[in-house]
Design a binder for this molecule. Structure first.
Ligand code: NAI
Length: 476
């Protein structure tokens, strides 16, 4: 088995935490109980690109229990938990000397080149056969396939200009190298892929863009917009893991501080609530009048970043947008202000611009925590080099909330793999009865007792006793 992880001797620790996590992931365990015998994913060859954490380990072993073969990489250079990666490679029945688990290509602290090599590895299977499913978080695996297919079909390699990011240069170089070596038959691969299931807001945005442009090569299920994903993981997950990241990185007391949250979508709502829960005075920035009004009615001051940049002690970006905090704004912040991003990509905070400021100095406090000192002697602390801090500085969302997200992922993989004909190329969300089912699977462990509609009540509401209970337009 080929693989690349940090240290296989961490597998035993990983396995212990996986066992604890299984108890907290009732949705995934229900999938195993329900489909373990029928194996609806038999024959599926899944290329997975999603943070290689303990929770993801439980997802991977669920996919395997349902019959799939899997190759896995992380979707962020800092998010891998090395003990989880080791446990996946060793497998439940293997040893570090004789691993018999899943080929994983992920470790904490990859370079950008290594990151994209790992993404290439999950798409290039050693038997020469292509994968037939993709499970993506942020869309990097999907992006690589689409850019490579474009290059092969047009005969023109993608190019990076001066203004492009370092990451795009790395991708262009990888595609050029891969095509020159004939490593992957990209067109055959894209034809073979039955679909992709996408985890997050930012990846979903890319999929809808490609669908609109007519360039999407295979069907996609938007897992993010299952209610039991975005209204839970994005919100309650970040409510937990944002302050976990800030605490582990800095251990600064949050109570009494002024915290600025940029973006009041699902992630921003969770972030603002967690900071307020610690006693911070939270200020929100928004571009959308609806979300701005929501923030105001939830009791937050809503301001522009420029107006409050000198007041904040902690700044968090949660927009999925670029250039949200500029280098000049960082230079204006208080001494030792903390700056972090919890959105998917590192372009929310202008790290490249910060590095270009004249006389600025970067001092490593510890991995993923850097002090940036300005020529006048004052400094700020930047977490995870501007990449998502809850996975870079802490361990991401806890198991219970990820069980909701990942049960959607499993159901979406089954839909696209086993009912391929029902999904012509396009972007879909899971039907509402499955969304409700995911929630239902998580009620017992919280001691929730659900009220049942009487037939008369159901009739009055115009729904069935078993659900779905809401129209698709309902926003929760
Ligand atoms: P969303 O679309 O619900 O919210 C983003 C909000 O930011 C919107 O309300 C938008 O109006 C606002 N916004 C956009 N540009 C802005 C600007 N320049 N200034 C202020 N506000 C601005 O998206 P969601 O689901 O909250 O996701 C946000 C990001 O977080 C995405 O990149 C997503 O992929 C990522 N994400 C990260 C997670 C993590 O664990 N770190 C978990 C889930 C999502």
């Amino acid at each position: 088995m080929d693989y690349r992880v940090a240290d296989l001797s961490l597998a035993e620790f990983g396995r212990k935490e996986i066992t604890l996590a299984e108890h907290e992931m009732p949705g995934l365990m229900a999938m195993r109980a329900r489909y373990g015998e029928a194996k609806p994913l038999a024959g599926a060859r899944i290329a997975g690109s999603l943070h290689m954490t303990i929770q993801t380990a439980v997802l991977i072993e669920t996919l395997v229990a349902l019959g799939a073969e899997v190759r896995w990489a992380s979707c962020n250079i800092f998010s891998t938990q090395d003990h989880a990666a080791a446990a996946m490679v060793v497998g439940p029945n293997g040893t570090p000397e004789a691993p018999s688990g899943v080929p994983v290509f992920a470790w904490k602290g990859e370079t950008l080149e290594e990151y994209w090599d790992c993404t290439e590895q999950i798409l290039t299977w050693p038997d020469g056969q292509p994968p037939n499913m993709i499970l993506d978080d942020g869309g990097d695996a999907t992006l690589l396939v689409h850019r490579a297919v474009e290059a092969v079909k047009s005969g023109e390699l993608p190019e990076a200009t001066e203004d492009d990011s370092e990451e795009w240069r790395v991708i262009c170089a990888l595609i050029a190298r891969n095509i020159a070596a004939g490593t992957t038959d990209w067109v055959a691969l894209a034809n073979e892929v039955r679909g992709v299931t996408e985890e997050t807001t930012t990846g979903v945005l890319r999929l809808y863009d490609m669908e609109r442009a007519g360039s999407l090569l295979f069907p996609a299920i938007n897992v993010n917009d299952s209610v039991t994903k975005s209204k839970f993981d994005n919100k309650y997950g970040c409510r937990h893991s944002l302050i976990d990241g800030i605490n582990r990185a800095t251990d600064v007391l949050i109570g009494g501080k002024v915290a600025v949250v940029c973006g009041y979508g699902d992630v921003g709502k969770g972030c603002a609530e967690s900071l307020r829960g610690q006693g911070a005075r939270v200020i929100v920035t928004e571009i959308d009048p609806i979300c701005a009004l929501q923030a105001a009615m939830d009791g937050y001051q809503v301001a522009t970043l420029d107006d409050v940049v000198e007041q904040g002690d902690i700044f968090v970006t949660a927009t999925g947008n670029l250039d949200v905090i500029t280098a000049d704004q960082m230079a204006r912040m208080k001494h030792q202000a903390i700056v972090g991003n919890i959105g998917h990509f590192d372009n929310e905070i202008d790290m490249a611009g910060l590095a270009r400021l004249e006389g600025v100095e970067r001092i490593e406090i510890k991995p993923q925590v850097h002090e940036w000192r300005f020529p006048d002697g004052h400094s700020i602390l930047v977490l995870s080099e501007g990449r998502l801090l809850n996975l870079g500085n802490a361990t991401g969302h806890p198991s219970f909330v990820m069980s909701n997200s990942f049960t959607n992922q499993v159901l979406a993989q089954i839909e696209l793999y086993a009912k391929t004909a029902d999904y012509p190329t396009g972007v879909y969300v899971l039907p509402k009865h499955l969304d409700e089912e995911v929630a239902r699977l998580h009620l017992d462990s919280l001691g929730v007792r659900l009220t049942e509609l009487t037939p008369k009540q159901a009739d009055y509401l115009g729904v069935s006793v078993e659900g779905p209970f809401k129209p698709d337009t309902y926003r929760y």
